[in-house]
Design a protein around this ligand. Structure first.
Ligand code: SIN
Length: 481
């Protein structure tokens, strides 16, 4: 296996039909920790996107004709190459996104796990023989790739969110045009470089960077694109859904959350605090599944808040490249202003600052714990996407379930209890797609990731993760008398 040099991996051109191309103009990618330019990448628009879609469409004929075993082999090779380049991929990720290097390393492994998972899964795409309603007819159903897939991915997990879409799409026999977030295109281009080295043929995977509105509108209106998969904000997801309606595309949407994190009186306090730190402060609070509202039962509220404050004091804020840093910068000024607005609103409406500073230092926000938060405050009613832990009190199970479910979002929820009957009741009653019971870490390639309500639909990973990329075709064979 030939390894790519760090320079080779640091690709700044786009990939269309197997060619690495520059564009008429470029835009800068900035390191959020330093404000320095990391690279410039092509500012592409609708016409390049159209070329990428045409290339993907043409390449689809041969790609889907490969056996599952052949596609699986290419994906396995890609997986091996990702692992072999894990360290430079992680460094690139921290440079463009800001998360601590340890988290970037974990993210690269997390992304790679989806590639391996789907390399294995594509060899088990079975059809069905259906008991017939007529002795002269034989009925069956087969699964076929949906065709060209458009993938739009976010900046908070620039490697893993792309891998989690590319791997099932390619494994299923689809071809892809992907648009990574403007803030973090380099991880995507590096993954594509490795995919090419693994033998993904020209046109099967295309990456375009640039103007989100122009690229998004081509991806959603072009009839050759048969599916859109998107991870990002609910507002953008709704816009893309509307745009996809005219060509009736299949869609998967992994949108925003407002995760309740519930600590019952009978919880193991150590586990609950550990779970809160993982769930709330991973990626500086910039994940869709982050705890957004921490509900603590009255009897344990003071003890839990004291322990949480103590744990949060030990979190070190700084440049993700520095050893020992656990909270990196927020991604950009927009994110910083949003977090600031949420904190100021809470403090102006009766919340108490238990830990942290009111003001950020540039893009760096020291982790904050807010006490006495009430449900109507911004910090509890909207997704903050920052290192802010708002604590709300609750009386009993019915009270907290009503509050937890009073949200348009329905992505993840967490709760801590040692009562097994309550664990079953609460898990069943929470209106979300994923529940962590006595844990703050739920993400894995082997389980279905996704939400309900305005958090979207479709599931990524897990035993049925290929379904979103396959159409079911029913065959009715007559004349058998
Ligand atoms: C996300 O924030 O969208 C994904 C987080 C994860 O996969 O754990």
């Amino acid at each position: 296996m030939t390894l790519l040099t760090d320079d080779d991996l640091r690709e700044t051109r786009c990939l269309i039909n197997g060619e690495w191309i520059t564009g008429p103009a470029t835009f800068d990618v900035l390191n959020p920790a330093t404000g320095q330019r990391v690279a410039s990448v092509p500012l592409l628009g609708a016409s390049h996107t159209r070329s990428a879609i045409d290339a993907a469409h043409k390449a689809g004929t041969n790609w889907k004709a490969l056996t599952a075993h052949e596609r699986s082999g290419i994906l396995k090779c890609w997986h091996t190459l990702i692992l072999a380049h894990a360290e430079p991929l992680a460094r690139l990720l921290t440079e463009e996104m800001g998360k601590p290097l340890a988290e970037a390393r974990a993210e690269v492994m997390y992304g790679a796990s989806y590639v391996e998972w789907f390399a294995e899964a594509c060899r088990r795409v079975y059809g069905e023989v259906i008991p017939s309603h007529d002795p002269r007819k034989q009925l069956s159903a087969v699964r076929q790739p949906v065709g060209v897939v458009a993938a739009i991915t976010p900046w908070n997990f620039p490697n893993a969110m792309l891998a989690r879409k590319l791997a099932p799409a390619l494994a299923a026999g689809c071809t892809v045009v992907a648009k990574p977030a403007e803030q973090t295109p380099l991880s995507a281009l590096a993954l594509a470089k490795l995919a090419c080295a693994a033998g993904v043929p020209a046109g099967v995977l295309n990456i375009v960077t640039g103007d989100p509105a122009a690229i998004g509108s081509e991806l959603t209106s072009n009839p050759l694109v048969r599916k859109l998969t998107f991870t990002g904000s609910t507002a953008v997801g709704k816009l893309l859904l509307r745009q996809c309606a005219d060509t009736v595309k299949r869609v998967s949407m992994e949108l925003g959350g407002n995760a309740p994190f519930i600590v019952f009186d009978d919880a193991d306090l150590d586990e609950a605090v550990e779970g809160a730190i993982i769930s709330k402060f991973r990626n500086a609070g910039q994940t869709c599944v982050c705890a957004n509202r921490l509900f603590v039962q009255e009897g344990i509220y003071d003890a839990f808040s004291a322990r949480l404050v103590e744990a949060v004091r030990h979190l070190r804020v700084g440049d993700g490249m520095q050893e020992g840093v656990s909270i990196g910068p927020l991604i950009d000024d927009r994110a910083r202003r949003k977090v600031e607005r949420h904190v100021q609103d809470a403090l102006a409406h009766g919340a108490v600052l238990l830990q942290g500073a009111r003001e950020p230092d540039g893009f760096f926000f020291a982790p904050i714990v807010l006490g006495d938060v009430t449900p109507s405050l911004l910090v509890a009613s909207a997704e903050t996407f920052g290192p802010v832990a708002p604590l709300l009190r609750f009386r009993d199970e019915a009270d907290v379930l009503a509050q937890a479910n009073a949200s348009e979002a329905g992505l993840a929820a967490y709760f801590f209890t040692r009562d097994i009957a309550r664990a079953h009741r609460v898990a069943a009653a929470l209106e979300v797609g994923m529940v962590g019971i006595n844990t703050g870490a739920i993400s894995t390639e082997v389980a279905p990731f996704g939400g309900i309500k305005e958090s979207g639909y479709g599931r990524e990973g897990g035993p049925n993760g290929l379904d979103d990329y396959l159409d079911v075709k029913y065959l009715c064979l007559g004349g058998l008398n």
